[in-house]
Design a protein around this ligand. Structure first.
Ligand code: URA
Length: 234
């Protein structure tokens, strides 16, 4: 048994205070009867709860895409830094969304979140080799020897061996890099191992997903089709 207000929060209906207002406004029914008492205990497996006529299915599985701006750390909480969680709409706060892997504080671009632990682990597993595509601005110029070294699998300065990766020089001090794993500061360290310091980094693609026209700092839930495609790719 669970309190109705808690169930509503967990279903993504809104924050605690939003749910209070939703209940007061008479927008919720339990087994077909209007219910305004948030403290009422319900068994989500046994009864049907609706909000504005739509049935709520409990803690729904959600996958979210954020276009991360620089200046936020990828963590669910941090004592001194702003976290990526602050960029998610408040009504998703009770859905237990977790970042899928991490982007550095200075890195921008595509960051996924999900409350599906199994999907999260599959997405970050190096065994699944999910391609992640980055745009980098950097000191120096990537040449064909760098391309070959990336393709062969780089050894970083601390001895860490990377899986084969793709480096595409785009122009003076600009490259596209595709990696299939997610080691700490991986792209920056790979570029540094070839003498190129990264000055700007953006993730443009992860697996089947690109940012599309999502503005920086904005998040959106994936559609059912996007989620299914992603799920099938891992
Ligand atoms: N590689 C990095 O160096 N930083 C990131 O944020 C992501 C990949």
């Amino acid at each position: 048994m669970e309190r109705l207000d808690k169930f509503l929060c967990g279903s993504g209906a809104g924050t605690r205070s939003q749910v209070k207002a939703i209940l007061k406004a008479g927008r919720v029914t339990v087994d077909g009867k209007p219910e305004t008492d948030g403290s009422r205990k319900i068994d989500p497996a046994q009864c049907i709860v609706t909000l504005d006529g739509e049935t709520l299915g409990g803690k729904r599985r959600m996958v979210v895409m954020l276009n991360k701006p620089a200046g936020f750390v990828t963590a669910t909480e941090d004592a001194s830094e702003r976290t990526v969680m602050e960029l998610l709409p408040s009504q998703w706060r009770y859905l237990d969304l977790k970042p899928v892997g991490r982007l550095d504080k200075a890195t921008e671009g595509l960051l996924l979140f999900t409350n599906d632990g199994d999907l999260l682990h599959r997405l970050i597993s190096p065994k699944k080799e999910v391609p992640k595509v980055y745009y980098a601005r950097h000191e120096g110029q990537a040449n064909s020897e760098d391309v070959t070294a990336f393709a062969a699998g780089l050894t970083l300065r601390d001895g860490t061996v990377c899986l084969p990766a793709q480096l595409e020089p785009l122009g003076a001090g600009e490259s596209r890099i595709t990696v299939r794993e997610g080691k700490y500061h991986q792209v920056r360290r790979m570029m540094a191992s070839r003498g190129m310091t990264v000055t700007y980094l953006e993730r443009q693609q992860e697996g089947t997903l690109t940012l599309g026209g999502l503005p920086r700092g904005q998040a959106r839930a994936l559609t059912a089709e996007e989620t299914e495609l992603l799920e099938r790719s891992v």
